[in-house]
Write a protein that binds this ligand. Structure first.
Ligand code: PRX
Length: 635
């Protein structure tokens, strides 16, 4: 890599081997995005070619309708005789050693489990819950759903039983796949207990339990061990034929009122976009060993931990544990020991690695490409990642996307560049985007505005919110009209057209890259009997990027520590440990507009020292001083 002024460019070596190494693809994608994506669509296996590439009936759109396929045929059937490793499982306890699952074995395992699901009555279009740790059975479960055309609905294993219950109630799933537990940071977690709680008051009739840690579990009437569930099931099964626009999976993401939104992705477009983006952005090839650290509970876990490496015929690293445990540099040893060639992680992890390991002793010579996702990365961390991990050799792709977009839409391509720390880069070829002011005009370079995606959108973007059409329209297709997808991110372009993401314009906060909304936290906190009013804001954190704090107006006098503990416990129970609240401030009033809306923008600025802006819309401007004092008292 070489640097010219504030930009980095790929070296000749990187360019020579890259799938894409010149501007031509940008020209093609810019001129005619539809034919650009059509060309990419020819790179996956279809049973029948699509009839219509793109159609738009605002705010709805479709890609490749009439095309018939099953995503698993592109990699399971295509490689069913191959002994090459598909899944390289690295358990947390090192003494267990790695487990390799070849494409051939994966084909059989998925078919066995898919046959078992069918025998249990699961049909095309049925939702199936998956509440599992990072173990091979989780991958098999997801692929088995895809194989029979059932919609997997993965719930992050660190989410609480209440979070699981809300999602299962919303989908009305009849089957849940889980595990007895998992290892994390040296502790054995009892996942089955949470699953037992979570399926109460849902329509779940069967719970399949994988044995991971030999936890003592009580098997209830609904429960069946994974091994019994697949017993005597044949390892052959013809994949269910799906229409390109049939739903493939639902993934819930935080909603503002506490009720999560079920984002729907469809079969054809998702498969096409996943393969195309993996090849463009990660330069993925069949001999790559790709380690995406994201948990399967998040969209990155779906698209880039599971589907991307498989659909490219590469090897996926599936890591169960914590990357800096038991040694701070375990992640680096893994890269060296298993010759990881592409490493995809998040700024929070990078900041943690940097704090613990200033100079990385490992060679890391197998690495070709580094990636970052989920939250803005600061310049110091970017430089450290580039220098200490990539050894100034590897391009760093800072990938911008969302649960809703299904795959990366903005980043510089490794063989083209340029790369500018803290800027995610250019939109991908085939992606039409803009940055708009509140009147809907494109803003000039270096001016902030709303990041939007323009028609024809992209094949892998969401097609709806499960059973919530109104919210789909309101959230994405109202702010700038029904033909423009609003991302809820604020961004600007530099003079070279590289995009910098400033952050969310709505009430989403990113805690260690995990998406939460202030509304869902407030919802849980106000259930506390002592709390009359509550406002949550995300404030800057050295490691996690952002962390939530809460301002509380109380009904009665309470001791702060004790109340903080109660609230923390409630958040753990309602959401999970990621909802850990950093601080609470007990105040007598909270800034509100005349219509009673909490002014989070003002609250946030109290911590950054920024100018508070116009306070004339507040009904109680004196409350700002009350908050200031509470913060000061606590410093
Ligand atoms: O604010 C943006 C931020 O994460 C949001 C999407 O979160 P989620 O749906 O959880 O998906 C995360 C993983 C794809 C975006 O609206 N975000 C994502 N990537 C970046 C980012 N912010 C800055 N830089 C990024 N590379």
């Amino acid at each position: 890599m070489h640097k010219k002024e504030n930009l980095y460019y790929p070296s000749e070596e990187v360019k020579k081997n890259a799938n894409i190494n010149n501007e031509e693809v940008y020209n093609k994608g810019g001129e005619d995005p539809i034919s650009f994506w059509e060309e990419r669509a020819n790179d996956i296996v279809w049973r029948e070619k699509w009839k219509e590439s793109f159609s738009h009936n605002p705010p709805y759109f479709s890609w490749f309708s009439g095309g018939k396929l099953n995503i698993t045929e592109s990699f399971l059937d295509a490689n069913k005789e191959s002994d090459k490793t598909a899944v390289l499982f690295l358990p947390e306890p090192e003494e267990e050693g790695e487990k390799k699952i070849s494409y051939k074995e994966l084909y059989k395992e998925v078919n066995r489990f898919a046959n078992a699901l069918k025998s249990a009555g699961v049909k095309k279009g049925d939702p199936v819950g998956i509440y599992m740790p990072m173990i091979p059975e989780a991958v098999v479960a997801m692929l088995a759903c895809a194989r029979i055309g059932a919609m997997h609905t993965v719930v992050f294993s660190a989410f609480s039983s209440s979070a699981l219950r809300i999602r299962m109630q919303d989908t009305s799933a009849k089957v849940l796949i889980t595990a007895d537990g998992y290892y994390r940071g040296g502790r054995v977690n009892n996942l089955k207990e949470s699953a037992d709680e979570g399926v109460k008051e849902t329509s779940i009739e069967k719970v399949v339990v994988a044995n991971r840690v030999n936890n003592e579990v009580s098997l209830n009437e609904k429960d069946v061990w994974w091994s019994d569930f697949i017993k005597d099931q044949p390892d052959e099964l013809e994949a269910q034929e799906m229409d390109s626009e049939d739903p493939m999976f639902i993934l819930y993401t935080s909603g503002s009122t506490g009720k999560p939104k079920g984002v729907i992705h469809t079969c054809g477009g998702y498969a096409v976009q996943t393969k195309a983006t993996a090849k463009m952005i990660f330069d993925m090839k069949e001999d790559d060993i790709f380690w995406s650290m994201a948990d399967i509970g998040w969209i990155t876990g779906h698209t880039y931990t599971v589907y991307a490496p498989l659909i490219c015929g590469a090897t996926m690293v599936l890591f169960e544990g914590v990357p800096n445990w038991p040694q701070a540099d375990r992640w680096a040893s893994i890269i060296d020991d298993y010759k990881v060639s592409i490493f995809y992680t998040a700024p929070t992890a990078i900041r943690m690695f940097k704090m613990q390991t200033k100079e990385v002793k490992n060679e890391l010579s197998s690495l070709r490409i580094l990636g970052s996702v989920g939250e803005p990365i600061d310049e110091v961390s970017w430089e450290w990642f580039f220098r200490e991990v990539g050894k100034e050799r590897c391009p760093v792709v800072d990938t911008w996307w969302q649960t809703e977009t299904g795959g990366v839409l903005i980043t510089s391509l490794p063989g083209v560049g340029p790369f500018r720390p803290t800027f995610t880069g250019r939109p991908l070829p085939g992606v039409k985007f803009d940055i708009l002011d509140s009147e809907g005009n494109s803003v000039p370079a270096n001016k902030e505005g709303d990041l939007v995606i323009m028609p024809p959108f992209t094949p892998g973007m969401l097609r709806g919110l499960y059973k919530n059409e109104e919210k789909y329209i309101k959230t994405y297709f109202t702010e700038h009209g029904e033909s423009i997808f609003y991302t809820s991110d604020t961004a600007y372009k530099d003079d070279n057209g590289l995009v910098r993401i400033v952050g969310r314009a709505d009430d989403v906060i990113k805690v260690a890259g995990h998406r939460l909304t202030t509304g869902e936290l407030e919802n849980a906190i106000t259930k506390n009997e002592s709390v009359a009013e509550c406002a949550v804001a995300g404030i800057k954190d050295e490691i996690k990027g952002e962390v939530p704090v809460a301002f509380l107006v109380l009904k009665e006098e309470r001791e702060k520590e004790e109340l903080h503990e109660e609230i923390a416990e409630k958040l753990r129970k309602d959401i999970g440990p990621i909802a850990l609240i950093k601080n609470i401030y007990i105040v007598s009033d909270i800034p509100k507009t005349r219509s009673g809306k909490m002014m989070r923008r003002v609250i946030k600025k109290l911590f950054t020292g920024e100018d508070l802006g116009d306070l004339s819309t507040l009904s109680n401007p004196e409350s700002v001083e009350i908050l200031k004092e509470a913060i000061k008292k606590d410093e």
